[in-house]
Design a protein around this ligand. Structure first.
Ligand SMILES: [Mg+2]
Length: 217
C-alpha cells in the first residue's frame, strides 16, 4: 500500500523576517532620549555581543520605566512595517500547498497586529503566549504542535543565526536563513552555517523549501 507523504509546514519568525523593526527601535531611541544614530550603534554592538537586549546596558538606560511610553509611541506593528515581500512570501507558500505558521519571540499583541496587516497563516504563536522563547527547543516543539507537523517536516525561517537557524536545527527542524537585517550582518557566522537554505527574499521560500524535500499538498 502506498503511503502518502505528509505535507510539509513552514514557520516564519517575525522580527526582521516578516516585519522591519526600524520604526520600533526608533521609538525606543526616542523614549531613551538617544539620537537614532547612537541608538543604532549601541544596538549593533549589543547584537554583535550576543543579545540585542543588552542595548540598554550599552546605553546605561533602564527600559522598564520607559516601557509604557515606548508602547504609546510605537503603537504596535502596522501594515507599513511589513517587509515588502512578507505578504507575497506567505501567499506563495500557501499557494504552493504548504501549511504556514508565524511564531517568534514577540509580545502577545503582535499576532492580532500581524493578522490585521494581512498576514494569513494556519497557526500563530508568540513567546509571550507560550511562556517559552527561542532558542529553547520547547519553542520549536510548540510550533510543530500548533501546526500539526513533525519537526523533520517543518522548516523554520528566520534572520537570527543563533535563535532561528542553529536553534531550529538543534530542535530537529529544518532551517532556512533569511539573510537580511542587522542579525545577518552582525550575528554569529558559525551558527549561520547550520542553515540548510539561504534566501534574501521571502518570495524565494517555496523553491527553498521544496529544495529541502518538504512535500507540498
Ligand atoms: Mg527575527
Amino acid at each position: 500500500m502506498a503511503v502518502s507523504a505528509r505535507v510539509g509546514a513552514v514557520v516564519l519568525d517575525v522580527g526582521e523576517t516578516l516585519v522591519a523593526e526600524g520604526r520600533m527601535w526608533g521609538a525606543w531611541a526616542h523614549v531613551c532620549g538617544v539620537d537614532t544614530f547612537t541608538f543604532a550603534a549601541a544596538l549593533g554592538a549589543a547584537i554583535a555581543a550576543g543579545s540585542h537586549r543588552q542595548v540598554f546596558d550599552v546605553l546605561g538606560v533602564d527600559p522598564e520605566p520607559r516601557r509604557a511610553a515606548f508602547l504609546s509611541l510605537f503603537g504596535g506593528y502596522r501594515p507599513d512595517d511589513l517587509y515588502p515581500d512578507a505578504l507575497e512570501g506567505v501567499r506563495l507558500l500557501r499557494g504552493a500547498g504548504y501549511r504556514v505558521g508565524i511564531a517568534g519571540n514577540q509580545r502577545a499583541w503582535s499576532t492580532p497586529a500581524l493578522r490585521a496587516a494581512g498576514l494569513e497563516a494556519d497557526a500563530y504563536g508568540t513567546s509571550e503566549d507560550w511562556g517559552v522563547a527561542k532558542p529553547d527547543p520547547a519553542f520549536f516543539r510548540r510550533c510543530c504542535a500548533e501546526i500539526g507537523s513533525l519537526p523533520a517536516e517543518t522548516a523554520y525561517v528566520g534572520d537570527d543565526p543563533v535563535r532561528d537557524v542553529a536553534a531550529a536545527r538543534a530542535a530537529g527542524l529544518r532551517a532556512v536563513w533569511v539573510r537580511r537585517g542587522p542579525w545577518a550582518l552582525l550575528g554569529d557566522r558559525d551558527a549561520a552555517q547550520a542553515a540548510e537554505a539561504v534566501v534574501t527574499s521571502l518570495a524565494e521560500l517555496p523553491c527553498a523549501v521544496a529544495g529541502l524535500g518538504l512535500v507540498a499538498e
